[in-house]
Design a protein around this ligand. Structure first.
Ligand SMILES: [Zn+2]
Length: 317
């Protein structure tokens, strides 16, 4: 049995935000291609992501926000049938097309199904190759390419429906996971550790915050060795003391030095190292249980290589 799951769905490719938008369906193709040519894909238990239910999504979001996303998509679907333009702009960078609701339900559904399979012991850990990403999605709003906060939903699902007492969230995207902090800040069942380029979009995370948030703002051009030192100093003692029963990863790969959406200097080996430190914590305290979900990563080549490095560590390849 392969112990690392790989959750995805064709619906996640149908959501798109315009021809030149960096958060594009080709990101998932780049990951698939890399896993195919390297043979890494053969070592994974491949599963189709189900749709998250409205109630699942409400674990992390205001019902009015969820209903608005659904209604906008349904309305657009009718306009498309009439031959009209098929996007709704949520913010300057975030657009919906008629498939966004389904894709967002699959993205959240992947994280939930992965959580169920890992807790059931069918898998040790799992990676969700999904879009739209989630970590900027706040309790009551979509922003920054994100509609629903996949990782926050899955973490709440583990706490509410599997009666876990403590879960950790690791966010290594180049951008601050403001949505996750908005939803889970002050929820003492959760410990969130992150680093992020600062000052940088979404211009948050450096001020006062709840005790369960370990935020490490770092300047542009910070390289992997400096990040590793910060992780050892600030993440690891908190994770060790917290003893999480499960670990969730907001796996953004846009801190890669080849990624133009951020200005940091990480490389594949840094993602492998970070993943191995997370795996150490998970093996020691959490029966190895990790669910990782794709966030950013926009240089297609670097994204494929970085996800491969991440998955190789998860799957012990
Ligand atoms: Zn990002």
């Amino acid at each position: 049995m392969n112990k690392t799951g790989y959750f995805t769905h064709p619906d996640c490719r149908k959501h798109e935000m315009g021809a030149s938008h960096p958060e594009c369906p080709a990101r998932l193709d780049a990951i698939e291609d890399r896993l195919l040519v390297t043979g890494v894909g053969d070592a994974l238990d491949r599963r189709e992501a189900p749709l998250a239910s409205f109630n699942d999504i409400e674990l992390a979001h205001d019902g009015a926000h969820v209903a608005r996303m659904r209604d906008l998509c349904q309305e657009m679907g009718r306009h498309v049938a009439d031959g009209l333009v098929a996007y709704v702009r949520i913010d300057p960078d975030t657009l919906m097309n008629p498939h966004t609701w389904d894709a967002a339900q699959r993205a959240a559904g992947a994280a939930i199904a992965a959580t169920d399979a890992v807790i059931a012991g069918e898998l040790e850990n799992a990676f969700c190759a999904v879009r739209p990403p989630g970590h900027h999605a706040c309790h009551d709003k979509a922003m920054g390419f994100c509609f629903f906060n996949n990782i926050a939903i899955a973490a709440r699902h583990a706490l509410e429906h599997h009666s876990l007492q403590r879960v950790a969230i690791v966010d290594f995207d180049v951008h601050h996971g403001n949505g996750t902090e908005d939803i889970l800040g002050g929820d003492e069942r959760v410990l969130m550790v992150s680093f992020f380029q600062h000052p940088f979009y979404p211009y948050s995370g450096d001020g006062p915050h709840a005790d369960n948030m370990v935020n490490l703002p770092v300047p542009a051009y910070t390289k992997g060795m400096a990040v590793r030192e910060l992780i050892e100093t600030y993440w690891m003692p908190r994770l060790e003391a917290f003893k999480p029963e499960m670990v969730f990863i907001s796996a953004g790969f846009d801190a890669h030095r080849e990624d133009d959406l951020g200005q940091m200097g990480l490389v594949e080996q840094d993602y492998a190292w970070i993943t191995s430190r997370i795996r150490d914590v998970a093996r020691k305290h959490a029966k190895g249980r990790i669910v990782s979900s794709l966030e950013g990563g926009y240089n297609l080549d670097a994204l494929g290589r970085s996800v491969e490095a991440h998955i190789r560590v998860l799957a012990d390849l």
